[in-house]
Design a protein around this ligand. Structure first.
Ligand code: ATP
Length: 296
């Protein structure tokens, strides 16, 4: 990956490497504790369609296993129907935690989170999650066919719908290239897919589920540039007409966001568009964008 602005040269590089190393250890926890839930989120469609207005009001949160540390402090923001909200900030700032709370993986300590004006804890959980999809950094598919993996969020999908979703997700060509096409097995006993291919399967799955709210955790390490382009195109289509909350690492995503939230040590310290934030003298965003974001 390339870093924006090379003026700090080696220091910028070193800083980024340290950030990555810290991130990697934390992700081991996430992988162990959160991945099964992330997959489960995709399992059900909505029985009642929501619009997708999201609001956090003075939300505070500590993980049950570490009650003494407040991971989020007075977090407030809104994401209106159809908007793209980019969350940026240093590793450990609490970005993934925000998405876990929206998905109701944990109970908040204080404050209110609403979807379409209604407290998320007043929703039927399946219905709430039925209206949401996650495309995580590292997509893990379950052992089964590609078709089953795509149809996971809509078990009654027709073959035509599955093919259509795969086409929109830029997955059709590589899937169709396998001898067994959509019946190809993935996972331990099946073909090994690249990170970008797995992401495109997850995008096809989300397209089929057709959620009102999309949570996107952008990869920190870049895929090869061809795969990157195909994933990016597919994501643009997926985000269309939905509320997207993006844990963002790519400058292009951040620039096109309706709103950027800068999270630092559990607090939103800056909020605005790229242009607004880049003009804040000594702003955290300004520093981050010099050091951290990938170019593509
Ligand atoms: P990154 O960019 O590295 O993914 P982040 O901004 O998404 O970081 P979070 O993953 O939300 O940060 O973590 C915020 C804080 O909460 C960190 O201090 C982290 O160690 C802690 N944390 C994250 N997940 C858990 C967990 N399951 N149990 C306990 N503490 C956790």
């Amino acid at each position: 990956s390339t870093f924006v602005g090379a003026s700090f040269g080696g220091i910028a590089e070193l800083y980024a490497q340290i950030q990555k190393a810290i991130g990697a250890t934390e992700r081991v926890f996430e992988l162990l504790e959160e991945t099964p839930e992330e997959i489960n989120v995709e399992a059900n469609g909505a029985h009642e369609k929501i619009k997708g207005n999201v609001a956090f009001n003075n939300v505070a949160f500590s993980y049950p296993s570490r009650k003494e540390i407040e991971v989020l402090k007075n977090v407030s923001f809104t994401a209106e129907f159809g908007q793209k909200i980019a969350i940026v900030g240093p590793s450990g700032a609490g970005k993934s935690t925000i998405s876990s709370l929206l998905l109701r993986f944990y109970d908040i300590s204080s404050g209110v989170i609403t979807v379409d004006g209604k407290n998320i804890y007043d929703y039927d959980l399946e219905n709430l999650r039925g209206n949401m999809s996650i495309v995580p950094q590292d997509v893990i598919l379950f052992g089964g066919t590609i078709k089953e993996n795509i149809a996971y969020g809509k078990p009654d999908a027709t073959d035509e719908e599955i093919i259509q979703a795969a086409k929109q997700a830029n997955a059709f060509n590589f899937v169709n290239g396998f001898p067994e096409k959509f019946e190809t097995l993935v996972g331990e006993r099946g073909v090994k897919l690249s990170g970008g291919q797995r992401q495109r399967i997850a995008i096809a799955r989300a397209l089929l589920k057709n959620p009102s709210i999309l949570i996107l955790d952008e990869a920190t390490s870049s895929l090869d540039s061809e795969s990157e382009k195909l994933v990016q195109e597919a994501l643009e289509i997926l985000m269309e007409g939905r509320t997207s909350i993006i844990i963002a690492h790519r400058l292009s995503t951040i620039r096109s966001a309706d709103k950027i939230l800068v999270l630092d040590n559990g607090k939103i310290t800056e909020e605005g568009t790229h242009q607004e934030l880049i003009n804040l003298e000594n702003g955290i965003y300004k520093n981050l964008s010099n050091l951290q974001f990938t170019h593509n």
